[in-house]
Design a protein around this ligand. Sequence first.
Ligand code: ADP
Ligand code: ZN
Length: 210
Amino acid sequence: MKLILLGAPGAGKGTQAEVISEKYNILTISTGNIIRAALKNGTEMGLKAKSYIDAGNLVPDDVVIGIIKERLAESDCQNGYILDGFPRTIPQAEALDELGFDIDAALSIEVADEEIVKRMSGRRVCEKCGASYHTEYKKPAVEGKCNFCDGALVIRKDDEPETVKNRLNVYHEQTEPLKDYYKSCGKLLCVEGQDEVKDTTRLVLAALEI
Ligand code: ADP
Ligand code: ZN
């Protein structure tokens, strides 16, 4: 299965991606995580992306398209994959089509803006491996520590309230049009995000019985 996850920042794409990955035995490719790793390692691409990410803006299309093209060409992508956070603009979606990565479905997780702002304030990420948590909805086994690698849980700089507002605007302007893009080719699936992660998961898995 080749799946795209759409949704506002903080809609729970990453969390649902983990569940789908496990059930269908396919990997998740998160452009956000790839870019943050590059940033941490101080690569040229990371340095280029930093100012965009910190302000809550999108990294230029040519940069992310280059990242995804390289990543999808690797051998571990044969079985299929979940794209978490790509595409985020129409040109990115067109590039994916042109490169011949024919996807099966684009699943949109719908959450109202007010709810997003509330949720983002509780979001925490592992400093080491990037796994994400929430102070209310998705607590780690040990407070402040990652379940997978024991790394410290921190607040992402772009999860600060002012930046979140900008990210939401960017989402509505540049990413939301992708729903029509995938609807017009019959690939759009929509799920309403629920208060409880497990309730959203149930709806997501049901929608994927395609
Ligand atoms: P979230 O899903 O919470 O919005 P991500 O980790 O997916 O966060 O992305 C964080 C930031 O990384 C974005 O705000 C943007 O700056 C950059 N980014 C990630 N994916 C893309 C993309 N496909 N196109 C442009 N920028 C991207
Ligand atoms: Zn970790």
